[in-house]
Design a protein around this ligand. Structure first.
Ligand SMILES: Cc1cc2nc3c(=O)[nH]c(=O)nc-3n(C[C@H](O)[C@H](O)[C@H](O)COP(=O)(O)OP(=O)(O)OC[C@H]3O[C@@H](n4cnc5c(N)ncnc54)[C@H](O)[C@@H]3O)c2cc1C
Length: 553
């Protein structure tokens, strides 16, 4: 094949979930696709392969079986309360949000099910909010874990793309980095870029950027599905919004280096409008990976609600900033304390039941569909990967007494003086609130209330106990860092995934999907997410883009 002038119906930039879904749709429609990615074939699937596979579904059979009553109306109330849309630029994001909610309450599950995707029966409760009915958070559990996590979610789309390759419809071009969109009379008609040197980098590892040639491809349409900016800390800091305090100096990366945001600027040069760049979704429960795959590799703890959350000096975070309640509310609060790290203080009993680590590789039972290993989640002892972090992670302190714990915490944070007396007071005061079955402590009440949901009681929320009860020990402290993950803004698109220009009109030939398009519209989440909505946003916007291009050609 002559790579200098290859032609096809469509070029898809990015072989992550959004690009794979779009390509699979185009194969279904019999279109010829060039699927271009800067990474080697080993990284096919992008971030989604690494993901936990958590999907937001509304009123699913899994929810109903767990006794959860959900509805499109309730989910819409939650979504719009969390999104807080408040800009003129939110016109398309609002429409995408409504369309996505219809998808999540409608055909999303059946469409995935028919492709062989299955779900773990216990639905998780992410972003619990803790405010009033019309404020941020999920009123009910909606986080459905894909059986087999991220790798099983991408599998049907990878299979369809491979079938397309066999049928001569799809050509995948790895190590091709797009540097420019080719314009002809205002229309996008192809891409130009650099051929990168072959790389034996394993999945997720940074691959070399050595250029060994250039390429040019032409097609009737280009779909940009190049992901977000989370791997590019300079860009994250450049777009850091004032409302979240000062931009952090120390960041862990929750995504591989290829999530570099470069393609967004390239799309902008071709006339696409970027909106909501200041909206991002980063976590405050990041821990340093003791076994890193990429630089500054951090893992997010998906926490249950029981750990005591302290700022860097040892002061307890205010209501309702409990673990798993309000991601950005906590980030905003912490950034305004003047310190970037914070602490969880917990017990062995809590870590065993409440610590889940986000990422396919951190959940070998769910990822490997290994039932005997999975059964261990309800027996004593923390899951293997959590135990490994406890033993080998640099952010963990394990101690048999409070003074020993505090000394260990201070050692991990030599530059910030911990107020030992304050921490002891917080812990003893909190423990006193457990002498009755009722309490004034909002976190303890939240823990008790969570356990009235069967799924939480079963596998997610430890029975309330005193942190200083030796039977629940040893005591554990975890130093938490800010971890970059998702961009909520991106290329503005209409409901057909057509990229829009500054005049509000579609840029002919240009489409966008996945994180590059703010998961649809240029930011369908608004300011905040209800979780499990990113993979779903890639499925929906990738499908929309593929179908829209197929219809337009
Ligand atoms: C550890 C982890 C856990 C997660 N867990 C969840 C979860 O449980 N639920 C959820 O909803 N979301 C989760 N997410 C988020 C979700 O996985 C991502 O938002 C989503 O997969 C993004 O997909 P994408 O296709 O838009 O982009 P990506 O996966 O980033 O793919 C983009 C592709 O484009 C390529 N590319 C970029 N620029 C160029 C260029 N110039 N030329 C050629 N190629 C280019 C990249 O190499 C990459 O392969 C998680 C993410 C991670 C990392």
């Amino acid at each position: 094949m002559n790579l200098s002038t290859t032609e096809a119906d469509v070029i898809v930039v990015g072989a992550g979930l959004a690009g794979l879904v779009a390509t699979a749709e185009l194969v279904d429609a019999g279109k010829r696709v060039l699927l271009v990615d800067q990474e080697p074939a080993a990284s096919l699937g992008g971030q989604a392969w690494w993901s936990f596979g958590g999907l937001f579904l509304i009123d699913s059979p899994e929810q109903r079986r767990m006794g959860v009553k959900d509805s499109l109306e309730l989910a819409t109330q939650d979504w719009f309360a969390s999104a807080g849309f408040d800009r003129d630029d939110d016109a398309w994001p609002r429409q995408w949000a409504s369309a996505y909610l219809d998808f999540a309450a409608g055909e999303k599950r059946a469409w995935l099910h028919q492709k062989g995707v299955r779900f773990f029966p216990v639905v998780g409760w992410a972003e619990r909010g803790g405010y009033t009915a019309l404020e941020h958070g999920n009123s009910v559990p909606r986080f459905h874990i894909t059986w087999g996590t991220g790798p099983s979610l991408i599998e049907p789309f990878v299979t369809r793309v491979r079938e397309g390759m066999q049928a001569g419809l799809v050509t995948t071009l790895h190590r091709r980095r797009v540097d420019e969109l080719i314009l002809d009379d205002g229309a996008v008609v192809g891409v130009r870029g650099s051929i990168l040197s072959p790389s034996s980098a394993d999945r997720g590892q940074a691959s070399s950027r050595e250029v060994i040639g250039d390429f040019e491809l032409r097609a009737s349409a280009v779909i940009v599905a190049s992901g977000g900016i989370g791997g590019n800390h300079d860009l994250v800091r450049a777009h850091w919004p004032k409302r979240l305090g000062t931009a952090p100096t120390h960041l862990l990366s929750g995504v591989p280096a290829h999530v570099d945001g470069r393609m967004l600027g390239i799309a902008e040069q071709a006339g696409a409008r970027l909106i909501n760049a200041d909206r991002m979704w980063h976590y405050t429960e990041g821990i340093t990976n003791w076994d890193p795959v990429w630089a500054a590799h951090g893992i997010r703890i998906l926490p249950g609600p029981s750990s005591l959350w302290l700022d860097a000096t040892g002061k307890r975070l205010p209501v309702p900033l409990f673990p798993g309640f309000d991601t950005l509310g906590t980030l905003e609060y912490l950034q305004k304390t003047g310190y970037e790290h914070s602490w969880f203080v917990l017990t062995q009993k809590i870590i065993e039941k409440e610590f889940a680590l986000s990422g396919s590789e951190q959940n070998p039972d769910l990822t490997g569909k290994d039932l005997p290993l999975l059964a261990k989640r309800i027996t004593p002892g923390a899951p293997g990967p959590v135990e490994a972090f406890k033993e080998k992670g640099v952010d963990f302190v394990v101690a048999d007494s409070l003074p020993e714990l505090l000394a260990g915490m201070q050692k991990l944070s030599p530059d910030v003086k911990l107020d030992f007396a304050q921490i002891a007071k917080e812990i003893v005061g909190r423990d006193r609130e457990l002498d009755n079955d009722f309490s004034k402590d909002a976190q303890i009440n939240a823990i008790r209330q969570a356990r009235s949901y069967r799924g939480d009681k079963l596998i997610r929320v430890a029975s309330p106990h005193k942190l200083l009860d030796p039977k629940a020990g040893p005591l554990i402290a975890v130093k938490l860092h800010i971890l970059t993950r998702k961009s909520l803004g991106g290329i503005e698109t209409d409901l057909s995934a057509r990229a829009l220009g500054s005049d509000g009109q579609p840029v002919p030939g240009l489409y966008a999907a996945g994180e590059a398009s703010g998961f649809g519209g240029g930011g369908m989440h608004g300011y905040r997410s209800l979780e499990g909505t990113f993979l779903g946003g890639c499925l929906f916007s990738g499908r929309t883009a593929g179908r829209a291009v197929a219809t337009a050609l």
